[in-house]
Every structure is written in structure tokens, then in C-alpha cells.
Design a binder for this molecule. Structure first.
Ligand code: ADP
Ligand code: MG
Length: 331
């Protein structure tokens, strides 16, 4: 789904590379923390995934495509398969909550019917039903970030990238945002979250990729944050610990529910159960179980059909890359 092959990124006029020899692969449906101190290269990784930057050497592949193979004018369409969330929310200040979320879809030429269905659904998912008419400055920071998340997911991207999404929020609100990202991930969306917030990562027991001075020093499934002694802390440790514990419990509950759903997808009729039992002795047949799609063991590399459809629509509407600058992530 996301693959870095020996990626080095050197910005013009800098001595040390921002990333050097970074190699990892994120599978569909994973929740991955990208951690490391400020300046370790987290945002650079996300910018490479969005093709806001290109590697100096090495290769980045996303959704089965080598990003070098995407023509510049197609980049905005490629970016539409990725939802992005940032520390500073990046909402359009003069547009309402509803308009902020709908805007992405309007620019991509979605039908009015789809917009009328998708926007309220996204707002409901992030818990903002009833606040459609508010302007961003009439919302709390946490609510603004939830609008940004609704905007990121409204066109159902396969990947959500979050760059320090809790960086401007207090611990309690950060828990809500983590819970939300965990829920989005539980729905099958791949989530890659850059953070230097040790407490969350320590306790969430998810995959952790750690960068130090641009080098990958750890890729651990179910890891903690590692050596946190150099990480500056903005809030008292006790508060952070409590917030992280609450986040952990919430996330575990979401995953317990998801795993229960996977283990026992649909209460099968009795005769199916008998059939399933008799089949276990026979050589394994591929059985059709929709819930298995939630977490495929392999890593299928696909170009989503919706991309192609969007291309057609966008081309017909004559949208150019300029349009996307307002919607897409800006560096
Ligand atoms: P992080 O997100 O972990 O704080 P960044 O990816 O932003 O790290 O930065 C990694 C390194 O690259 C830092 O040394 C930073 O100063 C440098 N850097 C990032 N963006 C640019 C840029 N556009 N031009 C020059 N140097 C940059
Ligand atoms: Mg950063």
C-alpha cells in the first residue's frame, strides 16, 4: 500500500539528508505510528507519500504505483485517494463546517446527490452532526480537527495520513482524535500517523516506525515509543499518562469489537456451520467470507477503480492542478 525503497531525501542547500536509506512497507488496513523527535524526518516521509516532494534517490510506491510514474498533472487526482490531516487543521476560515467538508467533493466533481449523502455521514462519524452551519472560529480546537478529519475521509480514501494531528490539542481532546483515527482504521482505512507524543504510542501497542536524524532505527509491531528521554514534554506527565490510558482503553475496545466481528462475521445458519466443520478436514478451499477482506494477509497492490472514474470526471470538468491547490495538502 505504501512502500519506501532505500529512500534518501536531501533538501537543496542542506548538509545532512532529511531521510537516508529509509525502507519500509505498510500493508492495507494497518495503523502505523511514525515517531521521532522534531526534525527526524516524519513530515518529509508524509510529503514523499503525497508527492509533494520527490526522493533524491530510492523509490516511493503508493497504492501500487511508483510515484515517479505519475505525470505532474495527474498528481492532484492521485492525492484524492489519500486523506490528510495536519497539526494546524487547515480549514477554510470563511466556509462553514458543511462547506469545508463538501468543498473537496465539489472540486472533484462529485454529484450533488453523493455530496448530500456523504457530507452528513462524514460529519456524523466525527461526532459533529448539528454543527454544520458553524464557522471554524466558532469551534473548539478538537472540533476543528474533527472537521479536518471529516474532510479527509469524505471521499473514502484508502489511506489517511496524519501529521501530528494532536499537536495543538490538550490531552483530553487528543484522546478523542486518537479514538476517531482508530475507528477509521477499524473500518479498513490504512492510517499512518506522525507524532512525537510518546505517551500515546507507548500504550497503544501498534506498529511503530521510528526515525532518528532521518534514519529508520526501529520498525516494530506493537511497539512503544522507545527512548523518550530526549522528547520535550509540554504537559505534566500524569495528565498525559491518564489521557493515554483512556485512549488505549478506547482503542482496545474498538479493536476487540473489530476482531470479534472478524472471528464471527455473521451468525451463520446451522447447516452452514456443519458444512464448515466437515470442510476443515478437506484440503483448504478458498471460502467466500466477506469479513476476511477486512485484513488480507497478503499485500495486494491495486489502483482503485474510483481513481480512474475520478480522472474521467475531473478531465471532463476541465479541472486543473490549480484547483487542487486549495483542497489538497499544502506544504
Ligand atoms: P519532522 O517532521 O520529524 O520534524 P521534517 O521532515 O520536517 O522532520 O524535517 C527533517 C529535516 O529536514 C529537518 O532537518 C528539516 O530542517 C529539514 N527540512 C524539512 N523540510 C525542508 C525543506 N523544505 N527545505 C530544507 N530543509 C528541510
Ligand atoms: Mg513534522
Amino acid at each position: 500500500m505504501i512502500r519506501f525503497e532505500n529512500v534518501t531525501k536531501r533538501y537543496r542547500g542542506t548538509k545532512r539528508p532529511a531521510l537516508s536509506g529509509v525502507d519500509f512497507e505498510v500493508q492495507r488496513g494497518e495503523f502505523v505510528f511514525l515517531v521521532g523527535a522534531s526534525g527526524s524526518g516524519k513530515s518529509s516521509c508524509l510529503q514523499l507519500i503525497l508527492r509533494e516532494e520527490s526522493p533524491t534517490s530510492g523509490r516511493v510506491a503508493v497504492l501500487g504505483r511508483d510515484l515517479r510514474s505519475i505525470a505532474n498533472r495527474k498528481v492532484p487526482y492521485f492525492r484524492r485517494s489519500i486523506g490528510s490531516v495536519f497539526q494546524d487543521f487547515r480549514l477554510l476560515p470563511s466556509k462553514t463546517v458543511y462547506q469545508n467538508v463538501a468543498f473537496t467533493l465539489q472540486v472533484t466533481g462529485a454529484s450533488r446527490g453523493f455530496i448530500q449523502q456523504a457530507v452528513p455521514e462524514a460529519l456524523a462519524l466525527v461526532g459533529l452532526s448539528g454543527k454544520e452551519k458553524r464557522l471554524p472560529h466558532e469551534l473548539s480546537g478538537g472540533e476543528q480537527q474533527r472537521v479536518a478529519i471529516a474532510r479527509a475521509i469524505v471521499n473514502r480514501p484508502q489511506i489517511v495520513l496524519a501529521d501530528e494531528p494532536t499537536g495543538n490539542l490538550d490531552p483530553g481532546t487528543s484522546v478523542d482524535i486518537m479514538q476517531l483515527l482508530a475507528r477509521i482504521n477499524a473500518g479498513g482505512t490504512t492510517v499512518l500517523m506522525a507524532t512525537h507524543e510518546a505517551a500515546f504510542v507507548d500504550q497503544m501497542q501498534r506498529r511503530v516506525i521510528e526515525l532518528r536524524d532521518g534514519e529508520m532505527v526501529r520498525d516494530e509491531v506493537g511497539g512503544g515509543y522507545g527512548d523518550t528521554s530526549n522528547v520535550p514534554r509540554l504537559e505534566p506527565e500524569a495528565i498525559r499518562g491518564a489521557a493515554a490510558t483512556a485512549a488505549l482503553q478506547t482503542v482496545r475496545e474498538v479493536h476487540r469489537q473489530t476482531e470479534a466481528a472478524i472471528a464471527d462475521p455473521v451468525p451463520a445458519p446451522a447447516e452452514d456451520r456443519v458444512l464448515a466443520q466437515t470442510q476443515t478436514a478437506a484440503p483448504q478451499q478458498p471460502t467466500v467470507k466477506p469479513a476476511d477482506d477486512v485484513r488480507p494477509a497478503t499485500h495486494p497492490i491495486t489502483i482503485p477503480a474510483v481513481d480512474l472514474a475520478e480522472l474521467g470526471v475531473a478531465d471532463r470538468l476541465g479541472l486543473d492542478t490549480g484547483d487542487d491547490e486549495e483542497v489538497g495538502p499544502v506544504s
